[in-house]
Every structure is written in C-alpha cells, then in structure tokens.
Design a protein around this ligand. Structure first.
Ligand SMILES: [Zn+2]
Ligand SMILES: [Zn+2]
Length: 441
C-alpha cells in the first residue's frame, strides 16, 4: 500500500512537472520539433512566392497571401499598411514585453537565370521598360520564414509571456519615383503609435558570391555587427553648365565635359586626402551624361551618385567638400553648377544591449563558431526607420549550401537554399521566445 501510494505520488509529481513545463517556456527541442512539422509547408510557400515575385509597392499578391496566412492562425491582422504591407499582432497567454519581427516582401527588376525548378518567368514594367522580375535579394525567404515563425508562435501562444508584432513591409528595395512606401511610410502612418514594441528584430539572407573575405554566406552561418551595421545612404545629383560651341572651336565655348571630368577626379581626394585614413565611407559617381554629337561641345553635363557614411559628422564634411569642389572647379572653368543632396535611409545601428541579450540565443542554437562578428557593410537598409524608434537587432544568415555558388544579391544568379527557411524559422522563434521570457528590458 505504501509502495503504491509513493508510486502514485511520484506519478503525480511527474504529471505536475510535465504540466508546468507545458505551461512554461518552450524548450529548444520543442521548438525544433515545431520547425520539423511546419518546414515543408513554408518551403512550398517560399517556392510559390519565388515563382511570383512582385516589384516594390506592387506586392499585392504577396501581401494578400501573408494576410490570409496570419488570419488563418487567429492573429489580429491589419492589411494594406503602406499600400501592400501587413501587420499582425499575436497576444501571448501571459503578460510581458512586446517584440516586433520584420520581413520585407519585394522583388527586383532582374531576369532570373538560376537552375531552380521554381524559377521566375514573371515580367513587368519598370522605368518604362519591360523587365524580368526576380526575388534576387532573398525577400521570399524572409517572408516565408516569418510566416513560419508566426505559425509556430501561434501554436504556443498560451505559453508566451508577451506580445509579438509581425511586420511584413513593402518596397524595401526602394520606392518608385513619386510614391511613398517602405518602412518609412509604415512608421509615418503610425504602426508604432498603434503599438510600440520594446525591440524590433530582422534578418537578411547572405547570398554573397565567393570572395577572400570568408565564408559567412555558407548555409546556417550568422554574421552580425554590434553598433553600426548598415550605412546611411545619401543620393546626390548635379548639373555642370557650360556654353555650347562647335567641336572645332573650343575657345568659343565653355566645355562642361572637361570641367565635370576635373570634378570627378577631385571628388576622389575627399576620401584619400580630406577624411582620416580609417574613416568608413563611400563617395561614388554613378552617372556622367553629356553630349549629343561628336562635333558639338555640349551645353551641360549631368552627374549623380551615392554617399555612404556611418556618422553625421563625416556626411557633413563630405557634403561640404563636394560643394567646394563644384564651386572651385566650375569657377576656374567659367562654368556654373547646380548640386542637390537627397537624404536616403538613415544608418542601421544594432542596439548594444539588445545585441548582447540576443546573441547568446544564436550561439546556443548554432554553436559559437557559426555566429560571427562582421564589419558593417556599406549597403543601406530601411529597417533603420524602425530601429531609430525602438532598439533593433539585425543579423545576416548565410543561405548558400556547400557545392553551390550564388552570383550575389541583385544578380540574376542569386541563390538561397530552401533549407534557409526552416533555419531562419528556428532562429527567429527562439529569439522571440527568449526575449519575451526574459521580461521587460
Ligand atoms: Zn536588396
Ligand atoms: Zn534585401
């Protein structure tokens, strides 16, 4: 009798322990089991989105399928945010902080040349030209992985101590001329006024081509930069005005090509002779247009380019020096100029505390040697509009399997393995669970 009673007590204890566990924080093994169950459906969805890419601010099909998926999970959905964006709110069964997770949904005007069986043959119009459309930056992987994360978190919602805000944004690659869009528009239209999260996180596929800088693009390797992660981008445009003349009588005109050529060369000295040698920045001239005919000295030359910086002071110095170079060179050439700077995305900065809090989760899941520090990159990300307002963490996930070569982001042979979807689902779900379980920051 005593034996039976102690057995009953032991069983009761086990049952109680199991119940406590079921009510508490999901273990890594439970999350891995959820990934295994949800992976194939989300990979199928990734392939479907890959085959049906949409350009920036035109993500109507993608936005609709995202909204339908979130609704099917019982998540509160607001669709049509910043045109085609979707915001989902999942309230956990217990009180706690709020974390936002973000994916971008747009493709690019690139004609796909991969060997995927689900390769895109979609065509569209971009800048009045007929173009192929491709998920050449991996945003299909981001969207599918975040839908998977939503499926998994919805299943364990009763055990979540806090709230998860899902942000599916349009137009990360850039807003068509004359339109609003992207993360900036979502913020301007008040998504963080509706609910202000305590943190926002996102990842980007890393499908870089092979290079000497290492193998961070290999499937399942995470790279992150504490502090500045992506540069601020500033677009500039200029016109150098001269005076037209016959090509045989240059002394009767003012040649804008020669003046502008001098300017282009002088711009190179800002980086090499004005700024400190270890300053991180880029000054690029990407457009130089002038002339109609071989024997006419043209009236004007158009220049345009981009500046990438990691601090406001450097940007101010670069803008001032560019203006001085245009001033001096045009004066010497008896030409005139117009110069405009257009502020683009701000710098993306990983919040130091949030980074320190989340990196151990990634290291635990992947192993420390697969979670690597990386220098900031001079690309820009409109995730910065979110992370300017709340602490943000953004990492890059390698998506190129052994034996495969990706042509790199924005190329026709960009390659991201299907397996990157379940890997990202596991990482994002665990980051959310660990963040919420640790309580208010
Ligand atoms: Zn891109
Ligand atoms: Zn991208």
């Amino acid at each position: 009798m005593r034996v039976v009673r102690s057995m009953i007590t032991a069983v009761a204890c086990l049952v109680a322990a199991a119940a406590a566990q079921a009510a508490g924080k999901p273990s890594d093994a439970e999350i891995a089991a959820l990934v295994a169950r949800h992976a194939s459906a989300r990979i199928a969805q990734r392939q479907d989105m890959h085959q049906n890419p949409e350009l920036s601010n035109r993500e109507t099909r993608t936005g609709a399928l995202v909204a339908a998926h979130l609704e099917s999970l019982g998540i509160e959905v607001q669709a049509g945010v910043a045109h085609t964006g979707v915001v989902g709110i999942l309230r956990g069964g217990r009180p706690g902080p709020t974390i936002a997770v973000r994916a971008d949904m747009d493709g690019l005007p690139v004609t796909e040349q991969t060997d995927y069986p689900f390769k895109s043959t979609v065509r569209s119009t971009y800048l009045d030209k007929d173009v192929g459309v491709m998920h050449a930056c991996g945003h299909d992987v981001h969207t599918a992985a975040l839908l998977g994360t939503a499926s998994m978190l919805a299943e364990i919602r009763d055990r979540l101590p806090g709230t998860v805000m899902f942000i599916f944004q349009p137009a990360e690659e850039g807003v068509p001329a004359g339109e609003r869009g992207g993360a900036r528009m979502m913020v301007e239209d008040g998504i963080f006024e509706m609910m202000k999260p305590d943190a926002v996180i996102a990842f980007h596929t890393n499908g870089a081509p092979p290079d000497d800088a290492g193998d961070n693009e290999r499937l399942g390797i995470v790279a992150y930069s504490p502090g500045p992660a992506f540069a601020a981008a500033t677009r500039w445009e200029a016109t150098v005005k001269g005076r037209q003349a016959h090509g045989s009588t240059p002394h009767l005109g003012v040649d804008p090509i020669v003046a502008a050529s001098g300017i282009v060369m002088a711009l190179q000295t800002i980086r090499s002779r004005v700024l400190p040698p270890l300053s991180d920045n880029v000054i690029t001239v990407a457009i130089f247009r002038s002339g109609e005919r071989h024997n006419i000295i043209p009236e004007s030359a158009t220049l345009a380019g981009t500046i990438r910086t990691f601090d406001d002071e450097t940007l101010a110095t670069i803008e001032a020096r560019i203006r001085e170079i245009f001033d001096g060179h045009t004066k010497a050439a008896h030409a005139t100029y117009e110069l405009d700077f257009h502020t683009g995305h701000p710098m993306t900065v990983n919040d130091a505390e949030l980074t320190a809090r989340l990196v151990p989760t990634l290291e635990r899941l992947l192993g420390r040697d697969r979670v690597r520090l990386a220098p900031p990159i001079t690309g820009s990300e409109d995730f910065s509009y979110f992370s300017q307002l709340v602490p943000g963490f953004y990492f890059r996930l390698g998506v190129v399997p052994e034996g495969k070569v990706s042509g790199g982001h924005h190329t026709s042979t960009f390659y991201a393995a299907d397996e990157s979807v379940p890997i990202a689902m596991r990482l994002m779900t665990s980051l959310v669970v660990d963040f919420l379980s640790a309580g208010k920051p």
